[in-house]
Design a protein around this ligand. Sequence first.
Ligand code: UD1
Ligand code: MG
Length: 457
Amino acid sequence: MSELVTVILAAGKGTRMKSKLPKVLHKAGGKPMLQQVLDAAKAAGATRHIVVTGFGGELVRERMGQQAGVEYVTQAQQLGTGHAVLQAEPQMQGHAGTVMVLCGDTPLLTGDLLKKLYDEHKAAKAEATVLTAIMPDATGYGRIIRAADGSVEKIVEHKDATEAEREVREVNSGIYCFEAKSLFESLHQVGNDNAQGEYYLPDVLEILKKQGKKIWAVAADDYESTLGINSRQQLAGAEQILRRRKNEELMAEGVTLMDPATTHVDSDVQVGRDTVIYPHTWLEGSTVIGEDCEIGPSVRFQNVTCGNCVVGQFCYAHDCRIDDGVALGQFNHIRPDSHLSEGVKMGNFVEVKNSSVGKGSKLPHLSYIGDCDMGSGVNMGCGTITVNYDGKTKFRTIIGNDAFVGCNSNLVAPVTVEDGAYIGAGSTITKTVPAHTLAIGRARQKNIEGWVDKREK
Ligand code: UD1
Ligand code: MG
């Protein structure tokens, strides 16, 4: 396949969203709508993408970050979709092949659908091919007007359409394939004498048709994939469709969902076979879950890399790594840059931040572990905490292998507890505890005989 280039229109404000954020940055399925479109284009085999930005352009570039094959051009004034595509003309000098034009506000597109559009455009040897859909409610869309022989005559925008034209339910999805040379030649001939005073991209079809060039249309099997998002209501609808699709994909691959209606899994999340997901669970961002895990009920994982056979309920973990066989407890909060190694056992109400916990270590109840490097086989008694902050600076706590920290101890960082050391319950530890040594850092108990009787007299 010769190089397929896409032009993605993303300069509009999205007035109907009533938002400070450019429309294409609103998320669906856990990532910006523009990213959903880009990912579908990449899946279809396109390798170069020219994104047209305008309103909030700087923010769009910043949030999208550097991505291979993605370039940006600016449309300073939003004069219409035809004018937007023209901004990509300098970038397209020397590209003789096909250009696919996409809109950044259609997050339900799939790579398969775009590939079908491209393949049929090529097979038909057309100069322009439009992707159409039959909408239950076509309000707002451009209508496909066909000639008596069934060929596409032109596209009429809703605001410019006659009563009879508005009856048509076949709409322009806003997605097309064009031969680059024809596209840019005809774009220069598009005028703005219409209801919105804009340069309409769809007018190119009528111009090419009049030149006797071949215009083709491909109908999407389901209209859902082509839905354009213009309001928050439509965004919520798209979210629901993406969620349903993802849940079905997971179940087809061997994941059990106890209650799909309350299971929210972002588009890019991966879950291994025979993992069971319980209700009210959110798996977000770049989260990867291994096989044979039991996740939920009520778990939220954001960007978590999780091994096999992990169990957890009622907890929140983000930007962290959880290895094979870890058992999370109730109400755990695992914060960024934490790593729980194989077989770690967590109990109730434990928070871990920017710390590594070695193989098989146990944090059974009510602990705060922050900025700590903990070895393997460690037992942290109930209520034990690392005192990592002096109000200005954070310090680290180092705990060796097989150390035993008694209940309700404070480890005042920077401090080291060496391999196999023991710490008496209720200790406040401020200096190194050497290996295989017992440290007790608390006031000695004093019993005063007869004190109670004396007081009562
Ligand atoms: C457009 C089509 C319509 C189609 C519908 C499908 C035109 C004139 N109409 O209408 O036929 O049925 O999409 O969803 O093309 N944009 C720019 N610069 C501009 C104007 C728009 O970059 O000057 C971008 C927007 O950010 C958006 C896309 O183009 O991503 C479509 O614009 P929008 O205003 O949503 O067009 P529709 O009215 O939906
Ligand atoms: Mg739109």
